[in-house]
Design a binder for this molecule. Structure first.
Ligand code: ADP
Ligand code: MG
Length: 315
């Protein structure tokens, strides 16, 4: 049955749809949908009946999956923009109207610190080992994080040895899938039990890649690991796409490497939006805020918002 919540979620996931055209085609009074989207009104049954055939025309499906999509941000190389992408893609998605949870699966706790959370009392590792619920800390409206710190580093052996340890993150995420539109998992720079757990819990993974020769080395191992998880534990797991980060087009080596990426990884989606090298991104991490709150006019903010739009268009 079509409901107010399903309509709102459908509209949020399809930002390219014009609400005024939908209102006109379904004969709804002007701004009914705009008000519903901003939370100022609830669509009644008459509205929903009028909207139904129009939304179906634009791809609405009754069996529409209203659970969060879980995406791992992955690359076993460090310093390639995973954490920066998790934070700023996440924040950009909230600006497009989605509810977003970030999960810190790196014991360095960079994600948590970059969001202003130092030494979290409740953290992801307690959910994995002590069967507590995933701790959720609110950063801003519709933008939450499940934090970690160094304590996670000491948990790898215990998690490997626990019965079904690699499934525990997925189990803990499941009840939260009703609450969010996107759950982004920031992975560590290693193919360890934490990365495996993230891949097992995910619908898809997003690979960040810096166009440097060193960054391309070992990329095959990464794809091999994704294939293994898909074949052995999580047949749903897809590769969402490859995001080029810290790109400096003035460098010939970057231009050459991007050509090489397009030649060798052309069976994957490579996002047209590239994240340019931008000092404001580094500064924002030090200032412990996302790039939009740090400097909304910076190239970093522009690139991550454009990326979020491209990302949504493909979802
Ligand atoms: P990872 O999580 O893959 O280890 P990070 O996202 O932490 O990588 O990025 C590594 C470093 O590079 C951090 O200091 C971060 O602030 C900086 N950084 C990330 N993306 C950019 C960018 N596009 N331009 C400039 N600095 C960046
Ligand atoms: Mg990181």
């Amino acid at each position: 049955m079509i409901t107010h919540e399903k309509v709102i979620q459908f509209l949020r996931r399809n930002p390219a749809l014009s609400v005024s055209i939908l209102e006109k085609e379904s004969g709804l009074p002007t701004s009914t949908l705009a008000k519903a989207l901003s939370g100022d009104r609830v669509l009644n049954q008459k509205h929903l009946n009028a909207l139904y055939p129009i939304l179906v025309k634009y791809g609405y499906n009754e069996a529409y999956n209203n659970k969060a999509k879980v995406i791992s941000i992955i690359n076993h190389k460090g310093g390639v923009g995973k954490t920066t992408t998790t934070i700023n893609l996440g924040k950009a998605l909230t600006q497009l109207g989605f509810r977003v949870l970030l999960i810190d699966m790196d014991s360095q706790g960079n994600l948590s610190q970059s969001l202003g959370i130092d030494n979290p009392q409740h953290q992801v590792v307690h959910a994995l080992l002590k069967n507590e619920e995933l701790p959720v800390v609110s950063i801003s409206e519709g933008f939450d994080v499940a934090p970690s710190d160094l304590e996670l580093a000491y948990a790898d052996l215990e998690l490997v040895q626990a019965v079904g340890g690699v499934n525990q993150l997925r189990n803990k995420i499941n009840p939260l899938r009703e609450v969010y539109d996107y759950i982004l998992i920031d992975c560590p720079p290693a193919l360890n039990i934490f990365t495996n757990s993230a891949l097992v819990a995910s619908n898809s993974c997003l690979i960040t890649l810096q166009p440097e020769v060193s960054a391309m080395k070992g990329v095959n191992n990464l794809f091999e690991r994704i294939t293994q998880v898909r074949e052995r534990i999580n047949p749903e797991l897809m590769v969402e796409g490859i995001l080029l980060t810290m790109v400096d087009k003035r460098l010939k080596v970057h231009k050459d490497m991007i050509d090489y990426v397009y030649q060798t990884l052309n069976n994957f989606r490579i996002y047209k939006t590239e994240i340019r090298i931008n000092v404001a991104l580094k500064e924002s991490q030090i200032a412990q805020v996302n790039i939009f709150d740090y400097d909304s006019a910076s190239n970093g903010a522009v690139d991550y918002l454009n990326f979020a739009k491209e990302f949504c268009a493909n979802n």
